[in-house]
Design a protein around this ligand. Sequence first.
Ligand SMILES: [Zn+2]
Length: 93
Amino acid sequence: MEIREFQNLMRQIYYQRDQQRGLAGTFVWFAEEVGELAKSIREGNRENYGEEFSDVLAWLASLANLLGVDLEQAVEKYKKGCPRCGKIPCQCG
Ligand SMILES: [Zn+2]
């Protein structure tokens, strides 16, 4: 699934609830999921990594939908390599 497709799916599933919850509440949930990912990494809980990444991505997509940010455009920034040095891999000192 491409990132635009994923964002659209998240919009279809959650946009109404995301709107009702609002930006601040949605950001708090996003931060909580990042915290859960951090906890999994800290505990070396490898079997949870995939699920935690799913949740972080879903909440990031919810935020992007609320803010009208196109994630497909967001990834364009890195399309030609490191945005600072333009190299792949990054050669920044
Ligand atoms: Zn660089």
